[in-house]
Design a protein around this ligand. Structure first.
Ligand SMILES: [Zn+2]
Length: 325
């Protein structure tokens, strides 16, 4: 396809494909699939799409939009990447460049997350006005589509559009136009929502980095418990952790996202995150614990570059010392 549009900042690549269809005056969704992908079976997936190599090949090299750039800047992949092991991160990048058939959603835990997925594509009315002023048109931002983060950090509650995810029109890319903006605001809006939206913004804008292993994450949280007065010797004091979490986040907010701690139960997610990790935890679970234990003065970049790596170095030194002794 000639003159394929360049994505705007924070635009979902799904939205760029939809704009391409509008620019080319295509009425038939099938023709858009033919022109962009040469494949009518491609599913229009906003969050974790595949077949992205074909899109990257539509851009000249000078634009720096190779397939990894597209995945990191124009999909929701960065929300999951740091929390899955490195081999899985690389495998998902490969699936998203080529074919996925639902494997990416499964591998990243997006399909089975405790956080309820959003039902409609969402938008922020105030951002729409700004977009029109700046670009002369509207586009779908990826930060509006994050389950568990229900506000625009600059303006307030997000609104549901008419475009239903997983609806009947699986092969159709819908552009953000005034006629799809008719829904009401999502109901919740609190200080917690703003804090989460800011953390999500940070995660979405992280550059590609090698993921820590599950072991590294487990060790990091154990050490964090010790550093924040939530451990006695090697024993994590779950009641203290739970208290910090419920001081930082209201019960109502936690309950709505199925994140209320239940430390009397062995399967409590909050206990599991301080134990040896057997599975990845979601971005929201990490945000809830990190914010509760570290206050507002932390960022994912430092946690990943110093905290998590350091945890393992320290562990190696300890183990080596142990074996030498
Ligand atoms: Zn906004």
């Amino acid at each position: 396809m000639l003159n394929f549009p360049v994505p705007y900042p924070d635009e979902l690549i799904y939205s760029t494909v939809a704009r391409a269809g509008v620019y080319a005056g295509l009425v038939s969704p099938k023709q858009l699939l033919d022109d962009v992908f040469d494949n009518r079976k491609v599913i229009a997936t906003p969050d974790l799409p595949s077949h992205l190599k074909q899109i990257s090949e539509l851009y000249p090299h000078s634009l720096n939009l190779d397939v990894t750039d597209i995945i990191y800047k124009h999909t929701l992949f960065p929300l999951y990447a740091p929390f899955v092991p490195e081999d899985r991160r690389l495998q998902c990048l490969e699936w998203m460049a080529g074919q996925s058939k639902g494997a990416v959603h499964l591998a990243l835990g997006a399909a089975a997350s405790r956080v309820k997925q959003i039902r409609f594509l969402r938008y922020c009315p105030a951002c729409l006005e700004k977009q029109l002023e700046q670009y002369g048109e509207h586009y779908w931002k990826r930060s509006w589509q994050v389950a568990g983060a229900d506000v625009c950090p600059h303006h307030g509650p997000l609104h549901n559009s008419r475009i239903e995810l997983h609806g009947r029109y699986r092969h159709q890319f819908f552009a953000l136009r005034p006629d799809v903006c008719v829904g009401g605001a999502t109901e919740s809006y609190s200080a917690e929502d703003v804090r989460v939206a800011e953390r999500i913004h940070e995660l979405l804008n992280m550059p590609p980095v090698e993921s820590p292993s599950l072991e590294q994450w487990g060790l990091f949280y154990k050490r964090l418990a010790g550093d924040t007065g939530c451990a006695k010797g090697k024993k994590v004091l779950y009641d203290k952790v739970s208290e910090k979490v419920t001081v930082c986040w209201t019960n109502q907010w936690l309950a709505k996202r199925s994140l209320s701690p239940s430390i009397n139960s062995n399967s409590c997610w909050l206990k599991s995150i301080f134990r040896k990790h057997r599975k990845s935890f979601s971005y929201l679970e990490h945000v809830v614990v990190l914010e509760a234990l570290l206050g507002s003065e932390w960022d994912f970049r430092s946690v990943l570059s110093n905290g998590v790596q350091f945890g393992v170095k320290k562990h190696c030194e300890l183990s080596c010392g142990f074996f030498r002794g």
